[in-house]
Ligand binder design. Structure first.
Ligand SMILES: Nc1nc2c(ncn2[C@@H]2O[C@H](COP(=O)(O)OP(=O)(O)OP(=O)(O)O)[C@@H](O)[C@H]2O)c(=O)[nH]1
Ligand SMILES: [K+]
Ligand SMILES: [Mg+2]
Length: 445
């Protein structure tokens, strides 16, 4: 049985932590059929779930009774022969099977993302679909799951492929005109007809990019930072929203130093809530000053800052102007201690009494829904998508402004523009990207 010594057959436990009811060991590669035959005695019919005794080839002892499924390449996830052993999910069972697999020549434990990488290399997935698959496995909220499924389903890749194919056709029309410039059977206006398409795609991409980063925010979670003077009640609010004691609360000013994060699921949207050190100048020691620096740093990149201040001392401190463009909600705390003495107009007018914790949670859920929302059209979900689209726009811009540059150079601009899109879906020079993208996958994916 010859196999490609250059190409290992890979295997991995793909079903996560043990012990478990069932443990799925996946294999993919040119030696799958040989391995299955050696362990099971015969290769079951493809795509039929068969109950088989797996035996150790050395002494014939039974390793486990398992369901075995064999897939014949190219009709498989990885595009090559593949198989799954659905074992009893005991640690010793899985260890015994993996130990035996390791003994086969040309068979090796899979790297993280190795199966998805083979699916990509076999053209079964484009790079955006691979990323959608990765996001689906990582999804923590309903909205993240929906977005990942759509991307894994090919929606985003199809949009970019549509733009790419149109630009390739436009460039072909220019090349045709250039090739047959001296013949009059290619109407001189042929290239003129393409610029409307180029303009349309430029506008569609511009529109696609102006998405308030909703796709990226949904992936990374909305960043909400609690900020304010010491003892404003930041950590108390953090613990209340997180419904557990994540941060230390004391009456001593300067309790919190480090940034403390909790991940919340608000109305199906991921929100990262960050507690921070109380902002003060004098009286802060070295550690606290570093905490304050980190607090301001983190607040600058937040999607929303909750600025807390004690309702009894509303004017004592104010939101530092050094913050970015994000929204700032002012929240007056410790109303239970508020005896009405401070003039009510001192309470910053922007504070609506949000009706306590539930009201705040509802407001945050609404904010998340408005900011991330349910996008109808496909949304980009990574910085590298944005970068590729910007490269494309630059090329389109140059090709459209470049009347005087002549058709040849304008065709070159379109090629560069098309490359920007090709790189996003993984059709050109993405070697440098692949290690980064697949490294974040789990083993066995
Ligand atoms: N009465 C009352 N006390 C509160 C309230 N919120 C917080 N506290 C108390 O105020 C003190 C400070 O609360 P923290 O949550 O530690 O305040 P903080 O803003 O995190 O303080 P630093 O971490 O030092 O910046 C603690 O003793 C809390 O129990 C409130 O709404 N009412
Ligand atoms: K405190
Ligand atoms: Mg605190």
């Amino acid at each position: 049985m010859q196999w490609d010594p250059e190409r290992d057959t890979i295997y991995a436990l793909s079903s996560g932590g043990l012990p478990s009811g069932v443990a799925v060991v996946r294999l993919s590669g040119p030696r799958v059929r040989f391995v299955v035959e050696t362990l099971c005695g015969a290769v079951p019919e493809a795509r039929r779930t068969s109950l088989r005794r797996l035996r150790d080839p050395v002494d014939g002892s039974v390793l486990d009774e398992a369901l075995v499924i064999v897939f014949e390449g190219p009709a498989s996830f990885t595009g090559e022969d593949a198989a799954e052993f659905h074992l009893h999910g005991g640690r010793a069972v899985v260890a015994a099977v993996l130990r035996v697999l390791e003994t086969f020549d040309g068979v090796a434990a899979a790297e993280p993302g190795a199966f998805a990488r083979r699916a990509f290399e076999a053209g079964r997935l484009d790079l955006t679909e691979v990323e959608g698959l990765g996001d689906l496995v990582q999804a923590e909220t309903e909205a993240q799951r929906r977005q990942a499924l759509r991307q894994m389903g090919g929606e985003l890749g199809a949009l970019y492929d549509h733009w790419r194919a149109t630009l390739v056709r436009c460039r072909a029309m220019i090349e045709a005109e250039l090739d047959f410039a001296d013949e009059d059977d290619v109407p001189g206006t042929v290239s003129d007809s393409i610029w409307d398409d180029v303009i349309r795609i430029r506008d569609e991409i511009t529109n696609h990019l102006e998405d308030n980063r909703r796709g990226e925010r949904l992936r990374s979670g909305l960043q909400v930072v609690l900020l304010g003077p010491p003892n404003a009640g930041k950590s108390s609010l953090m613990n209340a929203l997180a419904q557990r004691d994540v941060a230390i609360v004391t009456e001593e000013a300067g309790t919190t130093r480090d940034l403390i994060e909790v991940h919340l699921d608000l109305a199906g949207f991921p929100v990262t809530l960050v507690d921070t050190a109380g902002l003060r100048g004098e009286g802060a020691g070295r550690v606290e000053r570093e905490g304050i620096r980190r607090a301001l740093e983190r607040a600058k990149t937040a999607d929303l800052v909750l600025w807390l201040q004690d309702a009894r001392e509303p004017t004592r401190s104010d939101v530092p102007v050094a913050l970015g463009q994000q929204g700032v909600w002012r929240i007056a705390t410790k109303w239970d201690l508020y005896d009405g003495s401070a003039r009510t107009d001192e309470i910053p007018s922007s504070v609506e009494v949000i009706g306590g914790l539930d009201g705040l949670l509802d407001e945050l859920g609404r904010f998340a829904s408005e900011t991330i929302g349910h996008a109808e059209a496909p949304v980009l979900t990574r910085a590298r998508h944005r970068e590729g689209l910007r490269r494309c726009l630059d090329g389109l811009g140059r090709s459209l402004e470049g009347e005087a540059r002549g058709l040849e150079l304008r065709a070159e601009d379109l090629r560069l523009a098309t490359d920007g899109l090709s790189r996003i879906v993984g059709k050109t020079d993405v070697e440098d990207l692949l290690d980064v993208i697949f490294r974040d996958f789990c083993i066995g994916k």
